[in-house]
Write a protein that binds this ligand. Structure first.
Ligand SMILES: CC(C)(COP(=O)(O)OP(=O)(O)OC[C@H]1O[C@@H](n2cnc3c(N)ncnc32)[C@H](O)[C@@H]1OP(=O)(O)O)[C@@H](O)C(=O)NCCC(=O)NCCS
Length: 184
């Protein structure tokens, strides 16, 4: 399996009739991904990022992501509709003793939630993980992120536990939940 830049992996139609493509990240995605991450920061989504990025920072991130993808250290897919990036999901693959474990991170644009986009992206990436012998993934989320909590549970993640008051959510301490899923 080669993580070819921009290669389309899946296509499906949303219940509102829009077509969504799931594909590997490509160099020209910086603007689209910047819009997505900055919209999440603007809505104060319960994610680790809490300050907006610049285009220069995002270009650097995308360049690094593609470099890591080429080395099979990262699987990063985008969900795209009408030329707009509406979701992103990445699995960062471990080093050394953790080479069979991947760390998940994901988000979907506000207006496209509850359409099954995160579920589709995760399903796509889980198949790729198995192809490259990554057989366990883990994830973490703000304990008060209800959508994330239900999403992970529905997708088959099991709770490991929580780190109390680990995260600063705009001045309020929140617990960090840790979950994992075996793929085989
Ligand atoms: C969490 C998040 C990624 C889910 O993405 P999504 O595309 O809306 O999720 P899906 O539509 O694929 O949902 C799959 C299932 O997860 C559960 N789920 C997802 N969002 C939910 C919500 N807000 N409330 C209850 N259940 C939810 C449901 O069981 C859903 O299936 P259903 O719609 O058939 O009932 C999205 O809400 C998001 O990006 N939030 C902001 C950023 C964030 O919190 N990122 C996660 C950090 S760990």
């Amino acid at each position: 399996m080669i993580f070819t830049e921009g290669k389309v992996i899946d296509k499906f139609v949303l219940k509102n009739g829009e077509e969504v493509v799931i594909r590997f990240v490509k160099r020209s995605d910086a603007k689209g991904l910047l819009k997505l991450i900055n919209s999440l920061v603007a809505e104060r989504a319960k994610i680790l990022d809490n300050k907006k990025y610049t285009l220069g920072e995002e270009k650097k991130w995308v360049k690094e992501a593609i470099g890591n993808s080429n080395e099979k250290r990262l699987i990063y897919v985008c969900a795209e509709s009408s030329g707009m990036i509406i979701g992103g999901l990445g699995i960062r693959i471990g080093r050394g003793a953790t080479y069979r474990i991947g760390e998940l991170g994901l988000s979907v644009s506000h207006d496209y939630r509850r359409f099954g986009i995160a579920k589709k992206m995760l399903g796509t990436v889980e198949k790729i993980c198995k192809d490259i012998y990554v057989d366990m993934i883990y994830s973490s989320y703000f304990a008060n992120n209800r959508a994330s909590m239900i999403f992970h549970r529905k997708m088959g993640f099991k709770k490991v536990g929580k780190i109390p008051k680990a995260l600063d959510y705009y001045g309020k301490w929140v617990d960090l939940m840790l979950v994992y899923k075996k793929l085989k």
